[in-house]
Design a protein around this ligand. Structure first.
Ligand SMILES: Cc1cc2nc3c(=O)[nH]c(=O)nc-3n(C[C@H](O)[C@H](O)[C@H](O)COP(=O)(O)OP(=O)(O)OC[C@H]3O[C@@H](n4cnc5c(N)ncnc54)[C@H](O)[C@@H]3O)c2cc1C
Length: 389
């Protein structure tokens, strides 16, 4: 006889994973259950990220986990994706931390850095002893990052960098900032130790989304850096854009983790909440909602796995990742909103994870390329016509 249906893995997608991938998924899921779930309500409410977990994430091999050498795990793209999914099932803030550290900071050093830069930064970042942040967005430069005003000029053998970066995850807790700036050679990336004179960071407060994540403004006031601070192999927008493609890949998976938690919560609630003398899950309209949520959860997870296999085969293009981010964040938000409704009034409190995930996903919708920008990237791929500049 066939196994009974697992409501959280309706299509039995776990069977498509290798033993090693399943083991990584289980390890991260257990860690999230033990270390994230018990504290997350409090951290979200207090608007704190528990930075002490950085070394635990490092010890599990999750920081720069898809990179090779320099104490990085060298895991497959699918394994990295599964880790993102499980982390974001806990809270988007934790997946954001891992994405920023691994994909936005360690990846450009690994890909575009000198041997000395890799040796200096990557091992302690993989261990979670050194935290990075990625400074691309500015107050007047968001979806169009090439319009950035931060600039760097040469002075003798040094560089002088000035400008303001906005909405920077981990800005005030970072030891090193990867800062992108205009130069007379095009856009270049700089590794800025955050204790360098002229560098300062302050937190952005009053967020109603991603509260368990540090978001900051960076000010670079004539920051003097040696030539060794420049990423030698990155010139132009190719540098930052390739980092964003890496991080977006993690979001394709992570969004399905947030969606899974919302679906699971709504499903359980619908089986225990009684109105009109029976569980609300027994009403046809509720079952329609749950069935639609399960459809999109399974389709989105399958899409993430497909893109992961393509990445492991070296066939994944940036526009594939755009399609994944566009679909999975959009559907995760729809699932979160539907789950919120199923919980009725209970759905608006932090007692349940749903509204926290729903609010977090509003940030995930915006960062790493908005819904609109990914739509236009897919549109450009389809037509050969670029509609966003
Ligand atoms: C919590 C959080 C953390 C973040 N962390 C980082 C980080 O670590 N590092 C970093 O560099 N940045 C970070 N960001 C910034 C993020 O990447 C930007 O917010 C994002 O790129 C969008 O830019 P913007 O907010 O300036 O919006 P805008 O670019 O001003 O866009 C506003 C609206 O206009 C739409 N729009 C823009 N252009 C077009 C167009 N051509 N056609 C149709 N619609 C268009 C957008 O889709 C959006 O709906 C973070 C943001 C958040 C919210």
């Amino acid at each position: 006889m066939a196994d009974p249906i697992d409501a959280l893995d309706f299509l039995d997608l776990r069977r498509l994973l290798s033993d090693e991938e399943r083991a990584i998924q289980d390890t991260v899921r257990d860690w999230v259950r033990d270390r994230v779930v018990p504290g997350i309500e409090g951290w979200f409410e207090a608007a704190e990220f528990p930075l002490e977990v950085a070394k635990e994430l490092g010890a599990m091999g999750l920081l720069g986990m898809h990179l090779t050498g320099y104490e990085c795990s060298g895991a497959s793209a699918v394994s990295y994706g599964l880790a993102c999914l499980e982390l974001e099932a806990g809270d988007s803030g934790f997946r954001s931390f891992v994405s920023v550290q691994g994909s936005l900071c360690m990846f450009p050093i690994w890909k575009f850095g000198s041997k000395e830069q890799k040796q200096r930064w990557l091992p302690p970042m993989a261990r979670g002893e050194v935290v990075g942040c990625f400074g691309l967005t500015e107050p007047d430069s968001g979806s169009d990052p090439a319009s950035m005003r931060t600039s760097a000029r040469r002075e003798g053998s040094d560089w002088i960098v000035s400008g303001t970066k906005m909405w920077i995850t981990n800005g005030t807790v970072a030891d090193v900032a990867v800062v992108w700036a205009q130069t007379d050679e095009g856009i270049r990336g700089f590794l800025v130790p955050t204790d360098t004179a002229g560098f300062s960071a302050s937190d952005i407060h009053r967020k109603l989304s991603l509260r368990a994540s540090v978001t900051s403004e960076l000010v670079l006031d004539e920051v003097r850096l040696p030539q060794e601070a420049v990423l030698p192999e990155a010139t132009g927008m190719r540098g930052p854009l390739s980092c964003l493609t890496e991080a977006r890949f993690g979001i394709v998976w992570g969004a399905m983790g947030a969606a899974r938690t919302c679906f699971e919560t709504a499903l359980e609630y619908s089986k225990t909440r009684v109105q009109w003398g029976r569980p609300i899950g027994g009403f046809q309209l509720t079952q329609r909602k749950l069935a639609d949520m399960a459809l999109e959860l399974n389709k989105g997870t399958l899409l993430a796995l497909h893109l992961g296999r393509m990445k492991d085969e070296g066939r994944l293009l940036p526009s594939h990742v755009s399609m994944g981010k566009l679909n999975n964040v959009r559907e995760a938000l729809a699932i979160a909103r539907e789950a919120r409704g199923i919980l009725g009034a209970s759905g608006i409190t932090l007692e349940y994870p749903v509204i926290r995930h729903m609010n977090n996903l509003e940030s995930v919708l915006t960062y790493e390329g908005t819904d609109e920008i990914h739509t236009l990237i897919v549109g450009e791929s389809l037509t050969g016509l670029r509609a966003y500049d």
